[in-house]
Design a protein. Structure first.
Length: 276
């Protein structure tokens, strides 16, 4: 295509703007985090990032984030399937409610969840006689992370489902495939890249979540403290180097996990392309 017919600027200008924007928004802040944490000696860095409370927060944050993303992948797929394949009363209302965690301020979500699931709340009071506690426990953290991550899976899988022709399933059924075989051998390979993308987005959101978790977690040391809270605590103590050291660990671990997920997604897409 000639330069006169190009709608967007040429490669040089587009690449230059992309690198500039990426540097200002992402690379420079990330570099500042590692640069500030580098002011600590190796011994100090190790002591800060491996303190018992910090290690407990790592386990809770990453463990709950992975579990919440897994739950959202399963139930988000089911919700997306219902919205795409079925007609039912109130469908548009349900479809709109999926985006509620996007629009709702995280602090409001945290207060609402803590109010509902506290021992004296609407749901918490029903569970209290059975000695089931959700608010102010790691289970409350998992609940909050699941709440804020659900839309990422639904909105990632939904367009893919809408593009899938039902004739594919009908053809497999006509060839004698059972429902589980149709899902496992026909639908799942086509949906797997979208499911992995939704999982990665839900996980990334959950790892850095603060507002919706802080109210329902209870912030009990070694029990329900999340890593973002540890960073905020360090900042309130004016320990900027300690805060950035913990943040650097979170960045490295999060990037490694997301890199693995993205590689799985790319492998799945290539595999589907070869099969197709």
């Amino acid at each position: 295509m000639s330069a006169a017919r190009r709608v967007l600027p040429g490669f040089g200008l587009s690449l230059g703007y992309t690198l500039f924007y990426l540097s200002v928004i992402v690379l420079i802040p990330l570099f500042a985090v590692f640069a500030k944490s580098a002011t600590l000696t190796l011994t100090q860095f190790w002591e800060v990032t491996t303190a018992p409370r910090v290690l407990a927060s790592y386990r809770l944050t990453f463990g709950a984030s992975l579990l919440a993303a897994t739950i959202n992948t399963v139930f988000g797929f089911l919700l997306a399937w219902a919205l795409v394949r079925y007609r039912f009363p109130g469908k548009r209302i349900v479809d709109a409610l999926v985006d509620l965690p996007f629009a709702l301020p995280t602090a409001v979500a945290g207060i609402a969840l803590a109010t509902i699931y506290s021992p004296k709340g609407w749901v918490g009071a029903l569970l209290a006689p059975y000695d089931i506690k959700i608010a102010y426990t790691p289970l409350g953290v998992l609940l909050a992370l699941t709440f804020i991550g659900l839309p990422f899976v639904v909105r990632t899988v939904q367009p893919v489902l809408e593009d899938l022709e039902t004739e594919i399933e009908e053809a497999a059924t006509s060839l004698g495939a059972q429902r589980w075989q149709v899902f496992r051998k026909v639908l799942l390979p086509l949906l797997l890249p979208a499911l992995l993308t939704g999982f990665a987005l839900a996980f990334a959101r959950a790892v850095g979540e603060y507002g919706s978790v802080i109210f329902i977690a209870g912030n009990i040391p070694l029990v329900s403290e999340i890593t973002p809270l540890m960073i905020i605590t360090k900042l309130e103590q004016y320990d900027y180097a300690g805060a950035t050291a913990i943040a650097a660990v979170m960045l490295v671990v999060s990037f490694a996990l997301l890199f693995l997920i993205n590689n799985l997604q790319a492998w799945s897409a290539r595999r589907i392309g070869r099969v197709g």
